[in-house]
Design a protein around this ligand. Structure first.
Ligand SMILES: O=C(O)CCC(=O)C(=O)O
Ligand SMILES: [Fe+2]
Length: 278
């Protein structure tokens, strides 16, 4: 007898059927038609859907919130005035203007470029060509507080979102050249993946992202939220914040960086964890 194993692909298919409104009976019938024994198919459906429902049921955790709420148009932090441009409830998205000054954007680009250049050399030396087509940008991470400008931005973000500096990962800088993109993805760590428990030991889950635009590309490069058809224009100094109170697609936090058409796009992403990230 051929072993009938429940592969991740089959699980994904079962969940997709259920979420698109196909009845369990119809899915069972389709599985039988493609050669599954009925009892094995029922067990696969039952375990997969139970697991799926349990994840939807994941209790929400607290997430960062904008200081003072979203009623105002500006928020002042240490003499720096940040604008609230737009917000959305589900997914929770807030677009800010003037989160970073032009000088801060330039400084982060300058500091980031040095390390991008270095990592390019390393890559060519080892001959490793790990070009993923999901993310065609180049990136680097700063340590938290690595430079004065990093610490200043981190302190501002912590105040703006009421979330401790210690719960933040170091800023990540990405550079997209024309044609580069970041396909839609979730920023939380997929609870299904075997490596996730080890990652979560340091700081727990990611609960929010803040993508800061360091320049304005000539064309393209919006941050997109496909579940709700939202596109945020990348404008220097602006930033898009989004939070997700559980590691689940029901947060509608699926997002990506649309292809850059002309010019370069530079962003600094700040991820916030549930707990101290040391
Ligand atoms: O470049 C963008 O607009 C999105 C970046 C992003 O999704 C990330 O850094 O996780
Ligand atoms: Fe992302």
């Amino acid at each position: 007898m051929s072993a009938q194993t429940v592969t991740p692909e089959l699980k994904a298919w079962i969940v997709a059927q259920a979420t698109s409104g196909v009845s369990a009976e119809a899915s069972l019938e389709a599985m039988r038609q493609s050669g599954w024994e009925e009892d094995v198919a029922i067990a696969a459906l039952e375990s997969t859907l139970t697991e799926h429902l349990a994840r939807i049921n994941t209790p929400p955790v607290p997430v960062p919130q904008v200081k003072g709420g979203l009623d105002g148009t500006t928020i002042e932090i240490d003499g720096h005035e940040i604008g609230i441009v737009a917000s959305l409830h589900h997914p929770r998205v807030v677009v800010f203007s003037n989160l970073l000054t032009p000088a801060e954007c330039d400084e982060i680009i300058a500091l980031g470029s040095m390390r991008l250049a270095r990592s390019e050399t390393v890559e060519t030396e080892t001959g490793s060509s790990e070009v993923s087509d999901a993310r065609t940008s180049d990136g680097m991470f700063f340590e938290r507080g690595e430079f004065e400008v990093c610490a200043r931005i981190e302190a501002r973000i912590a105040t703006l979102l009421g979330w401790p500096v210690e719960n933040g990962e170091g800023l990540q800088v990405l550079r997209y050249r024309p044609g580069a993109e970041y396909k839609p993805h979730y920023d939380y760590f997929d609870p299904e993946r075997p490596g996730t428990p080890a990652i979560l030991k340091r700081g727990g889950q990611r609960v929010a992202s803040l993508v800061c635009y360091l320049n304005t590309p000539d064309r393209g490069g919006a941050t997109i939220f496909p579940d709700v058809g939202l596109a945020v224009a990348p404008i220097r100094g602006n930033a898009v914040f989004f939070s997700y109170d559980r590691p689940h697609p029901s947060t509608r936090s699926l997002h990506g960086g649309a292809p850059v058409i002309e010019g370069e796009k530079w962003v600094a992403t700040k991820w916030l964890r549930e707990r101290r990230f040391d």
